[in-house]
Design a protein around this ligand. Structure first.
Ligand code: GLU
Length: 585
């Protein structure tokens, strides 16, 4: 989840490290740190907090050198503290390491290394890697052999990058189930977890495969398998739209991305028809279909199941990626596993995809960021193409996923359909002022419930998730019919409840659920195409064909969560404890 960057350059690389790290901050950000090779020694700066804090520290006591590493941490092992921030340095300062992932056998390695006299300075799983490297270097091994030694000992998942005092002209990098790539610039090379870190310097990229290590030099990179066999190096030109995101006039990336949605959904259906055809062909042949996703993408998968059932007469099972093991026995050669991940790097989704591939299933994927690990292991991929989504809470990628699934299930979407959807989303956005009024009420409470039936049920889940992520309020999304089976006991005088109630076949039943809440003193906030005396507050959902309700409902739900968060003064683009690209278990 963290951001990794390492540079071997000509002049002083420190300012560039700070800059590149800022662009990776979306990946995780409870601490930040950097190390540079300064006058034959490794100088380290680390701090809890943001990259801006690290930048201030750097301005206060600059370090400089032609090789360096930097890291934003999203803690998995060891509390959030200065000493647990990366880079970690070996006992005698021979090497420094940054790490993304989890080293599963860290406890036994720590014990072994401690008994050999290594002094640990942090509580992280990561630190064992630098002591292992130190052992190998002390035994006289060069960077390649030393790196192989480390890889042999580690279990778990990692992208690791090392700086070595005795080898100032090389950076050692290795990867196992965590993103890592190398950018080849003019007289400089950069290794990073995302090309965004260096896209302003070079678009020539080498994607490292899993179970490989790389010796990065200023004039290129050599790649080896963990057993030492050299691999061919393939350089890709990233000619595509990896532009640096800009908020323009918007207060946050999140609101910018919410407002971009009408254009984004239009763009998404103008996909290359070829990739859609392959998808549909594979699905038509399938004996069994699974949709695998996590978080917001899981809610899109629930809608996908419905669309494929209605339009292709295809029954699919939706699986939470982290729970795939209960179903993997069915991932056989008759199965199609549709994996959904905005980043294409979600660890839980990747694991399920690998399991599916290993068992002979066809893996189809839907991603936004490209290239990505998920895409590389899939048989076919469709891309959202909605541009970078910087806000940690997914917004435009969600509506794009839903619309793309609709188009896939239907074999395309007509211009008329797209225009209708776009118009309705624009009309939904135009109600921001009314939604701010509702947000003021919700922000006063501690809990909020979201109720929906049919296609609005996944939206109730999504509305609640946005509220948790952005506003840190306790929120629950419920199938409207489930209310009476338990949750109604939670309703008290003034409890806010968002009733997603479009005028479709679910209208009357859902209205009754609203009435049940109102009779018990709850505050019913109707999100509907028509007002009703049952609603204490009303947010109009612009009329649209029934299948698009969820996409249009998403807009006021996102705006509500955004404005509650804003009123409560939360960190909107980077909610506490969360990261955009969830690359650990
Ligand atoms: N497991 C490491 C730690 O807790 C790395 C976490 C990350 O990927 O940021 O420090």
């Amino acid at each position: 989840m963290c951001g990794i960057i390492g540079i071997l350059g000509r002049g002083d690389v420190a300012p560039y490290l700070v800059d590149g790290l800022g662009r990776l901050e979306y990946r995780g950000y409870d601490s930040a740190g950097m190390a540079v090779m300064e006058d034959g020694a490794i100088a380290v700066l680390r701090t809890v907090g943001t990259v801006e804090r690290l930048a201030a520290m750097y301005r206060g006591s600059p370090v400089s050198g032609a090789a360096g590493l930097a890291h934003t941490r999203w803690a998995t092992h060891g509390g959030v503290s200065d000493r647990n921030a990366h880079p970690h340095v070996s006992c005698g300062g021979e090497a420094a390491v940054i790490h993304n992932g989890i080293i599963e056998n860290h406890a036994e390695l720590r014990e072994e290394l401690s008994s050999k006299g290594h002094a640990f300075k942090s509580e992280t799983d990561t630190e064992v890697a630098v002591h292992l490297l130190e052992e190998a270097l002390a035994a006289g091994k060069g960077p390649l052999e030393a790196g192989m030694d480390v890889a042999r000992r580690l279990r778990g998942q990692y992208a690791l990058v090392f700086l070595m005092r005795g080898h100032p002209d090389v950076i050692l990098a290795m990867r196992k189930n965590a993103p890592l790539l190398v950018g080849l610039g003019k007289g400089e090379s950069i290794v990073a977890s995302d090309a965004l870190a260096f896209i302003d310097r070079t678009n020539r990229v080498v994607f490292l495969e899993d179970d490989t290590l790389a010796l990065v030099a200023r004039d290129g990179v050599r790649v080896y398998g963990f057993l030492g066999q050299e691999r061919p190096v393939v350089v890709t030109d990233l000619a595509q739209e990896l532009t640096l995101p800009d908020k323009h006039d918007h207060e946050h990336f999140t609101i910018k991305e919410i407002r971009e949605q009408p254009e984004a959904v239009e763009r998404v259906v103008s996909q290359v028809p070829g990739s859609m055809t392959i998808f549909r062909r594979e699905l038509e042949k399938a004996k069994r279909v699974f949709f695998v996703a996590a978080g917001t993408s899981y809610h899109a998968a629930l809608l996908a199941k419905r669309y494929f059932s209605d339009h292709m007469k295809l029954y699919g099972e939706v699986i939470l990626a982290s729970e795939y093991r209960g179903s993997e026995q069915w991932f056989d050669d008759g199965a199609v596993v549709v994996c959904i991940s905005q980043s294409g790097e979600t660890m839980d989704v990747l694991e399920a995809a690998r399991s599916a591939k290993g068992r002979g299933a066809t893996v189809l994927s839907m991603v936004n960021r490209s290239p990505s690990s998920l895409e590389m292991l899939s048989d076919a991929v469709v891309k959202l193409n909605v541009g970078p989504e910087v806000g940690v809470a997914a917004t435009k990628s969600f509506t794009a996923q839903v619309v793309l699934f609709y188009a896939l299930a239907r074999g395309g979407a007509s211009e008329e359909e797209v225009a209708e959807l776009k118009g309705a989303m624009e009309a939904a956005l135009a109600q921001e002022q009314e939604i701010i009024g509702v947000a003021e009420l919700v922000a006063k409470g501690r809990d909020v419930y979201f109720l929906g039936r049919g296609v609005s049920y996944p939206m109730a889940l999504e509305g609640a998730l946005k509220m948790k992520e952005l506003a840190y309020l306790h929120a629950e999304g419920l199938a409207a019919g489930e209310l009476k089976h338990g949750p109604l006991a939670l309703v008290d005088s003034g409890t806010p409840l968002v009733l997603l109630n479009p005028e479709d076949e679910t209208y009357a039943e859902t209205m009754s659920n609203g009435a049940e809440v109102k009779s018990r003193g709850g505050m019913v906030i109707g999100f509907s195409t028509a007002p009703s005396p049952t609603y204490d507050r009303f947010v109009r959902i612009p009329p649209v064909r029934a299948e698009f309700y969820p996409v249009v409902e998403a807009v006021p739900l996102q705006l509500l969560a955004y404005h509650v968060a804003r009123l409560l003064d939360k960190s909107i683009d980077k909610p506490r404890n969360l990261a955009k690209s969830v690359t650990v278990k």
